[in-house]
Write a protein that binds this ligand. Structure first.
Ligand code: IPE
Ligand code: IPE
Ligand code: MG
Length: 233
């Protein structure tokens, strides 16, 4: 069966804590187990010809978690990037970061920047790590930047279009999301890529993220290929 492949897949990697709790493990063990899922999915995505994956790793709302879990997640993101960047580079993956600087640990930003630099020329697939990412604040930041440019005369008030807004987004290089996927049974966006997913197909599955594998990803791709996207037509 030939299937229609989405160009850009957004993934809300959810359910790490519940996966761990089910096994009597600390929530952090669930985050650790989630690493294998992401890299299996990325390898599968390369095989199936998906060009862009945006992975939600830490939201602007996740600062509300316990200080211990936040600290763990910061260190963990940094270590995963460091440990995996050579492998991703060898696969031809370009790593990019979408998110905000304020509050984010400098050591995490340094690691994200190093990974971006190392993989800048890769073309097989772009993996955007969304760390300290939130859609509303991304739009608010864009509005502020536009207001500044209007005040200085660089931008004309009545001339702002959808393209202009897109250009001012921090993740302005990201194309529209074709398939928005979330694991763990929750059916919500949790402030992920709201602007970019206005015309996306949504796919929710029951598996907790640590048990999600490329076969589950392939199932999502099959489902996507059966959808009839009308885009308003
Ligand atoms: C997703 O898993 C990972 C992050 C938010 C960093 P959760 O930690 O949200 O796991 P659940 O949803 O509590 O099971
Ligand atoms: C969304 O999951 C954020 C990430 C996967 C990084 P959450 O578990 O934090 O979202 P809510 O709390 O269910 O909305
Ligand atoms: Mg969750």
């Amino acid at each position: 069966m030939t299937i229609k492949i989405p160009h850009h897949v957004a993934i809300v990697m959810d359910g790490n804590g519940r996966w761990a709790q089910q096994r009597g493990l600390p929530r952090t063990a669930g985050h650790e187990a989630g690493e294998a899922a992401l890299f299996d999915v990325v390898e599968g995505a390369i095989e199936y010809g998906v060009k862009e994956i945006s992975a939600y790793a830490f939201s602007t709302e996740n600062w509300r978690r316990s200080p211990e879990e936040v600290k763990f997640l910061m260190g963990f993101n940094r270590e995963v990037l460091r440990a995996r960047r050579d492998q991703l580079n060898a696969w031809g993956v370009r790593i990019r970061w979408a998110g905000r600087r304020p509050r984010l640990w400098l050591s995490v930003i340094d690691e994200l920047k190093a990974a971006e630099k190392l993989t800048a020329k890769n073309k097989t697939l772009t993996l955007t790590m969304c760390v300290n990412y939130g859609s509303r604040i991304e739009i608010v930041d864009a509005v502020n930047a536009m207001a500044t440019d209007v005040a200085s005369g660089k931008l004309k008030p009545g001339a702002i279009t959808e393209k202009t807004v897109q250009k001012y987004l921090n993740s302005n290089y990201l194309p529209d999301v074709d398939l928005f996927l979330r694991s763990s049974g929750e059916q919500r966006t949790s402030n992920f890529l709201l602007w970019q997913s206005a015309l996306s197909e949504f796919y929710f599955c029951e598996a907790y993220w640590p048990e999600f594998r490329r076969v589950d990803f392939l199932r999502a791709l099959r489902d996507f290929s059966l959808r009839h996207r009308r885009m308003g037509k």
